[in-house]
Design a protein around this ligand. Structure first.
Ligand code: HEC
Ligand code: HEC
Ligand code: HEC
Ligand code: HEC
Ligand code: HEC
Ligand code: HEC
Ligand code: HEC
Length: 286
């Protein structure tokens, strides 16, 4: 396993890779974790606030607490944290075998976590930064000529979906009975993308970066994704009128697992208006 000293940190990349650095610093990835700001509750703020921010604090020698109220952009205010039943918060044991709280920090930060003897968790680098995807790069940053990075353009679509899936959740293993029509699973984009015909029938060409820049902030204009669709579906046959509407608005509908949160159904398919989770199978009579 890589040691802390193998990681240079995003600041070390900026001088030589200014474009990626500038874009990435503005992304939600870069702000997925930060210390709570003055006026915010708790000690740590999880989530860049694109949709929500959940606060976490130390709670005694053996525990951390995920606080019961999160901030939601949709209401610009506080409401129950996803999955919580009251505002008291949920305790996590630091040394729980399932490592729940350590896993929160791992997915929202970069490099190895530092765990002090008193149990305090400190991320090596806050947020999802360069080396979360590219791997430790301290040697490269010191001397790029002698320590070239693996060329990320040579990563196959399958490997890429795994790199992203490491945090965004892996596609289901064979025989996995995960219910793809459960609204909470819409936040697991690799799982749903892998279940779509676009993915299964495009011979390993479709990956997360077919549609998303790995560095730039999320593109939120639905029509901006039309080009990616058309690269494989130059002439999609429609009986319905589609003029002026983005492909994704019908084929990747928004799913709302609870109030104030919405995700995009990455199981690209045909859906009826108002039913964003159950695909209408094209081969079945409709
Ligand atoms: C180390 C874990 C990790 C890895 C690896 C990772 N992500 Fe993320 N990603 C996150 C977290 C955490 C968020 C939530 C950011 C937030 O809103 O706080 C996120 C958010 C996103 C978003 C939404 C950004 C927004 O503005 O709402 C996109 C798109 C995304 N990731 C795509 C990718 C792609 C594509 C890859 C692979 C090339 C990838 N991610 C790899 C952890 C990761
Ligand atoms: C397996 C990796 C992983 C773990 C573990 C994890 N997160 Fe995340 N988190 C993500 C990713 C990926 C996203 C982006 C989801 C999306 O936009 O589809 C995210 C998004 C969020 C958001 C933004 C709002 C939302 O619901 O999308 C908050 C807040 C958050 N996580 C808090 C936490 C907390 C608190 C914990 C621990 C209790 C935790 N996360 C554990 C990967 C993880
Ligand atoms: C979410 C994962 C992720 C993060 C975070 C990330 N990258 Fe990348 N990066 C990629 C992927 C995937 C590619 C390959 C893109 C392609 O094939 O077009 C890439 C490509 C690159 C390239 C090659 C560009 C080219 O045109 O050849 C450089 C340089 C780079 N990244 C630097 C950085 C730096 C510096 C940071 C931090 C500021 C960073 N990356 C953060 C995933 C990531
Ligand atoms: C002293 C300058 C320097 C620093 C600092 C530096 N790099 Fe590089 N990097 C290079 C050079 C030179 C190349 C090869 C030419 C190119 O593709 O730009 C390169 C290439 C890359 C590539 C692409 C490899 C390819 O084949 O396309 C990635 C990814 C990358 N660097 C990531 C990083 C990350 C992450 C950091 C920070 C931890 C970093 N670099 C710091 C100079 C640097
Ligand atoms: C890498 C290529 C690729 C990309 C990109 C792609 N698709 Fe597909 N898609 C396919 C293939 C292959 C099929 C299988 C049937 C066929 O050939 O039309 C398919 C099937 C479909 C179907 C039929 C689904 C069903 O259940 O019958 C729809 C609808 C669709 N795609 C819409 C889209 C939309 C909308 C986008 C953009 C958001 C998109 N696709 C992006 C390759 C792709
Ligand atoms: C065919 C195009 C396409 C592909 C491939 C794709 N996405 Fe998306 N993704 C979208 C669209 C469209 C949105 C909605 C953007 C918006 O309007 O805010 C989105 C949104 C997201 C978001 C923001 C939260 C949400 O669900 O709305 C995350 C995170 C994300 N994608 C991750 C991924 C990951 C990880 C992969 C690879 C497994 C992936 N995407 C592959 C088109 C795509
Ligand atoms: C108004 C909603 C809507 C929009 C916008 C839309 N579609 Fe469709 N699409 C459908 C419906 C409904 C079907 C099922 C066939 C039908 O009724 O026309 C379909 C069918 C398809 C199919 C399967 C056709 C076949 O021959 O099996 C593909 C591929 C597809 N759409 C791609 C796209 C692409 C690419 C775009 C953007 C250029 C797009 N769609 C925009 C609703 C939409």
């Amino acid at each position: 396993m890589a040691a802390t000293s193998d990681y240079a940190g995003a600041a070390a990349c900026a001088a030589c890779h200014p474009n990626e650095s500038k874009q990435q610093a503005a992304s939600a990835h870069a702000h997925a974790l930060s210390p709570s700001k003055p006026g915010q509750p708790g000690e740590w703020a999880f989530g860049a606030g694109a949709q929500a921010t959940t606060f976490v604090r130390r709670a005694g020698p053996a525990n951390y607490m995920e606080m019961g109220e999160s901030w939601y952009r949709a209401i610009n205010g506080f409401a129950l944290t996803p999955g919580h039943h009251n505002a008291q918060g949920v305790l996590y044991r630091i040394f729980d075998p399932s490592a729940g709280i350590l896993r929160c920090f791992s997915c929202h930060s970069t490099g190895p976590l530092n765990l002090a003897s008193d149990g305090a968790i400190t991320p090596h680098e806050e947020g999802v930064r360069c080396e979360a995807c590219h791997g430790p790069a301290a040697a490269h940053a010191r001397n790029p000529a002698e320590n070239p990075m693996p060329d990320p353009k040579k990563i196959t679509a399958d490997e890429l979906n795994r790199i992203c899936g490491d945090c965004h959740r892996m596609p289901a293993a064979a025989g996995d009975a995960t219910n793809l029509e459960n609204a909470w699973n819409a936040r697991h984009e690799p799982l749903l993308l892998a279940a779509s015909r676009c993915f299964r029938e495009s011979a390993g060409k479709l990956s997360c970066i077919t549609c998303h820049s790995p560095h730039a902030p999320l593109e939120t204009r639905a029509a901006a994704y039309d080009g990616a669709c058309r690269s494989c579906h130059a002439r999609a046959a429609h009986r319905v009128t589609i003029s002026g509407r983005a492909c994704a608005s019908c084929h990747m509908p928004r799913v709302r697992p609870q109030e104030n949160l919405a995700f995009t159904n990455h199981r690209i398919a045909i859906y009826r208006a108002g039913d964003p989770l159950r695909p209408v199978f094209n081969e079945a009579p409709r």
